[in-house]
Write a protein that binds this ligand. Structure first.
Ligand code: G6P
Length: 368
């Protein structure tokens, strides 16, 4: 076991540190220079079929669902396709409108999660097209979906998902580029810029990993009892993932909230025992979220902000800022999430928890 951990104290930490490499493996072979389209071998959807699709559902559980929310946001914004993202356990029991004009995209690390698999089968029965974004080659979802996009994260041992999530996001970025090109909503020039941005991601992740020690220090001095993660747009979805990670392994009560919704309830709970983690990677939303952070700080909360280098405005509202490299808005929240992974990891270690095998959780939920 120790050898398998490659010198790291836990599988989770090893997997966090593998992210530059696995994200590169997921992106680079599909995005060669000089090409004008992404190469996705097992995606067979034609332009005609896409034109014939009037709704897309992205269905998944847990961390994979959070990748689905990012997909929904980006497919709408960039490919101008109507998309709904939903947890599989809700989707499968609510009789959604599904027919041959629907495309259902399931996302799963294991390819075996019971609810997600049931959703895939339900979609097939209804005549919808199905696509699986999976990590395990040969898994049931891999075998049953007509379209497959692999995440090349390699085996993920720690129960809390880290590298598989980053690869799900990377795969989603590729799919967004692919469908946007097909839709005609992304010019050749824009495509070339985004390709460069995606090529730069592994190094940007690496530069965050090099700051792990400073994140450990911040965790060491953090004792708050209750935590809110807030953000807007893609930062809100990343907040959900950050909050889930803290619950999973640190067993700390935390909640993700859309920053603008704070004033509709949760702000009543803010006091000196609260920590608010504000995500600000979407530059145009800086002022809005900064003003929400000022509100919670005035009520005694400790505020940690995760923001892009150079966005000095955030310092006005934060006790601590954890900086991430400046990146494309599409991919910036992936970087912010690397910080969140390290934050949750060091918190769980500090509390003496079983990081790789948190209580009550299973790596793959194959029964309902
Ligand atoms: C379990 C795991 C989570 C994972 C979820 C979905 O709850 O503990 O880490 O996100 O299942 O798993 P999947 O294999 O479908 O991605």
């Amino acid at each position: 076991k120790a050898a398998e951990k490659n010198g790291y104290e836990h599988f989770m930490l090893k997997e966090i540190f593998e992210q530059p490499e696995v994200v590169r493996a997921t992106i680079v072979p599909r995005l060669s220079m000089n090409e004008e389209q992404v190469k996705l071998d097992r995606i067979h959807i034609t332009k005609e079929e896409l034109d014939n699709t009037n709704r897309i559902y992205i269905v998944a559980c847990g961390t994979a669902y959070h990748a689905g929310l990012v997909g929904k946001y980006l497919l709408e914004k960039m490919a101008r396709l109507p998309v709904w993202a939903e947890t599989a356990s809700e989707f499968r029991y609510r009789d959604p409108v599904l027919d041959s004009h629907s495309l259902v995209i399931v996302i799963s690390q294991s390819g075996e999660t019971a609810d997600t698999l049931a959703a895939l089968r339900m979609a097939k029965r209804a005549g919808a097209r199905v696509m699986a974004i999976v990590n395990v080659v040969g898994s049931t979802m891999d075998r049953e979906a007509e379209n497959v996009l692999y995440t090349w994260a390699g085996p993920e041992i720690a129960v809390a998902s880290t590298k598989a999530y980053s690869c799900q996001l990377a795969a989603m970025y590729l799919l967004v580029l692919y469908l946007s090109r097909m839709q005609g909503t992304l010019s050749r020039e824009e495509f070339a810029i985004l390709r460069q941005e995606l090529y730069a991601l592994p190094e940007e992740i690496q530069s965050i990993l090099e700051r792990a020690e400073s994140i450990r220090h911040i965790v060491a001095s953090t004792v708050q009892k209750s935590v809110f993660y807030i953000g807007r747009g893609l930062d809100y979805y990343a907040s959900m993932e950050g909050s889930l990670k803290l619950k999973e392994i640190a067993y700390i009560h935390s909640e993700a909230y859309a920053a603008g919704e704070l004033k509709h309830g949760p702000i009543a709970m803010i006091d000196g025992d609260t920590l608010v983690i504000g995500l600000i990677t979407q530059q145009e939303l800086t002022e809005k979220t900064v003003s929400n952070l000022k509100e919670v700080k005035a009520r005694g909360a400790k505020v940690i902000c995760i923001a892009e280098e150079g966005n000095e405005k955030v310092t006005e509202a934060a006790d601590e800022v954890i900086w991430i490299p400046k990146s494309h808005p599409m991919a910036a929240s992936l970087l912010a999430n690397i910080v969140q992974q390290l934050f949750a990891y060091y918190m769980a270690v500090k509390l003496g928890n079983d990081v790789d095998k948190p209580r009550n959780l299973a790596k793959s939920v194959t029964v309902e």
